[in-house]
Design a protein around this ligand. Structure first.
Ligand code: 5HY
Length: 243
């Protein structure tokens, strides 16, 4: 199968490191194409970044056309997820939603450990949107900037992440950790080794869940709100995103 991994920010090295994490868990016959938008923020750390990144997601979904069997949005805010599902029949998975699903299979309650404290509300909104308020026991920021995770594979951030995870597990009495950034994919195995509890990386979770949906022959419904957008002109720089 053909899997499109979209990094909604515009940092190519982060696209590459998430593609590596995806290929580590993908089936041998899964071909992963990793892309990022031609415009937008180098990292997504707030509402303003997210809105522009969502348009970048739509640019890449439209560019892929019908060539992909599934699409992954590799940013923990799942920017543009619903709009992307309108734009294609292929299943579209956000790494936050995928991680919440995976965590709920292995724990009665999980904690999210993420980057800047200011982004915690974005994760909390997704917990409510996806109906995980009874399983997510807390969202915790570390004030580690997204791009700090790009330096030497994020290893320098592991001690601070480990401390934040231990504090979250104790405070929330939770049984698993969901990592709140695609850039943490490269350190999830090391954190799980150190913590001894399930540590869920949304990039890996989204890959295997996407493969499962394709294997089940499931595609995004075109009945109702995920129906293809109505024919409409978009003006200005958004012109190419019109229908
Ligand atoms: C992410 N930002 O996964 C989110 C993490 C965050 O550029 N990739 C980003 O802080 O919300």
């Amino acid at each position: 199968m053909n899997l499109l991994l979209i990094n909604p920010n515009t940092t190519a090295s982060m696209t590459r490191s998430m593609a590596e994490a995806a290929r580590r868990v993908a089936r041998p016959d899964t071909r992963i194409t990793a892309v990022q938008p031609s415009f937008g923020p180098v990292s997504i750390e707030g509402h303003h970044d997210e809105v522009i990144a969502a348009a970048g997601v739509l640019e890449q979904v439209r560019a892929a056309g019908t060539s992909m069997d599934a699409v992954i949005l590799a940013c923990f805010g799942d920017p543009g997820l619903d709009a992307a599902r309108e734009a294609t029949e292929a299943p579209v998975l956000g790494i936050a939603e995928a991680a919440f699903h995976a965590a709920s299979f292995v724990s009665t309650g999980f904690s999210v450990v993420t980057t800047l404290v200011r982004t915690c509300v974005i994760a909390e909104h997704l917990v409510l949107k996806y109906g995980y308020e009874r399983r997510c026991r807390g969202v915790h920021g570390t004030n580690i900037p997204v791009l700090a995770l790009e330096e030497d594979g994020g290893l320098a951030c592991v001690p601070a992440l480990e401390d934040a995870c231990r504090a979250a597990l104790a405070r929330d009495r939770s049984g698993a950790i969901v990592l709140g950034c695609g850039g943490m994919a490269s350190v999830s195995a090391e954190l799980q080794r150190r913590l001894g509890v399930p540590v869920i990386d949304g990039v890996a979770a989204a890959v295997v869940l996407a493969e499962a949906l394709v294997q089940l022959g499931l595609r995004t419904s075109k009945q109702g709100d995920y129906a293809t957008p109505l024919p409409k002109r978009y003006l200005g720089w958004a012109g190419p995103l019109g229908w």
